[in-house]
Design a protein around this ligand. Sequence first.
Ligand code: 2IT
Length: 445
Amino acid sequence: MNVDKIMNNLEKKHPGEVEYLQAVSEVLESIEEVYNENPQFETANIIERLIEPDRIFMFKVPWVDDEGNVKVNLAYRVQFNNAIGPYKGGLRFHPSVNLSILKFLGFEQIFKNALTTLPMGGGKGGSDFDPKGKSNAEVMRFCQAFMLEIWKHIGPETDVPAGDIGVGGREIGFLYGMYKKLKGDHSGVLTGKGSNWGGSLVRPEATGFGGIYFAQEMLATKNQSLKGKTISISGFGNVAWGAALKATELGAKVVTISGPDGYVYDSDGISGKKIDYMLDLRASNEDIVKPYSYAFEGVEFHEGKRPWEVKVDIALPCATQNELTGEDAKTLINNGVILVAEISNMGCTPEAVELFNRNKILFAPGKAVNAGGVATSGLEMTQNAMKLRWNRQEVDERLHEIMRNIHGQCVKHGKQQDGYVDYVKGANIAGFLKVANSMIDMGVI
Ligand code: 2IT
């Protein structure tokens, strides 16, 4: 495989789509060796068939705000690959959303979903709609208008959207309500549903819990545990909340959370009612973290800064892509960080990843670490199909087992001769082999 040539061609076709190109090139570099050792991949022209989405729906969403003004947003659903199951992946509502971001997320989702051990393909969607400052009724009208267009192209065996940044339980409710009305049935076409109407217990916590279970496995390879470790977390949404909850339960101390406005440093640790307060912050729809520093004593707010300058044992990016740079990685390494795990998707820049690997820091990528979210979505689909509901313990145990399994796959394919585990390589190879071999089994379609 000639990675440079493939990347040059892809860039010519999709100029300026930096996040998408970044995600593809990271996977290709990881799998190059395995690919070259198995000529059947080249014969089936797997790479060219894998790196472009199967199809993309792009549509406008007209809606009316509370003052009666007609607004228009741009929306997308990227159906990337369904070799091992229906397209599956979240919806992101954020002003930064564009095709490059959704294609990177959809591409990552293919390998992540393959790692979960469950039958799910990869997809992603969303809109540049900004939920910040919108009323409940405006969010509802937008979600209804979004579903009015996309409902024809999704379904429980076709494509199953869920939440991502800007899409939580409230939005899934509005989207599901409209789908149910249009389709005239109760097929569980979205995950992250409310627990009264088909949602799975533990789904809200699952991405954060799964990330912490994964970090525990990583630490165990060095005979260490979370007990007594200090942790910096970025973000304050659903993912950061779940991670803070589980890390604290296991005896670690979380000292930061962050928003677009800056980060808060709480030397006493973010635990108990302070973690509940994260939910209030989110529900306020303001997208700022500063109010935390008024709500509790002894808390510092660092305006416009990111939390990676704080000296900690463990850093967990939980906000968005490329939120931890090479410079941040240097600071963390100089401060003695022992583990960095991306709970956000592609949270670290390639420069940061390279520095962690070179310095033999325990580092794992989002597609492995945050797979607990979509895995629990898979468990929600299973429960919907069986028309039953598992209790909290049953779901949590399955999630835990899946995270252990993903860690095992990363070690199997990523262990280097000196014993260091390259989790990026391990995750990419394990996910690729499953998807590529499935594509070969099914012929050229
Ligand atoms: O990035 C992700 O894995 C998600 N936003 C969750 C996707 C899902 O289908 O639950």
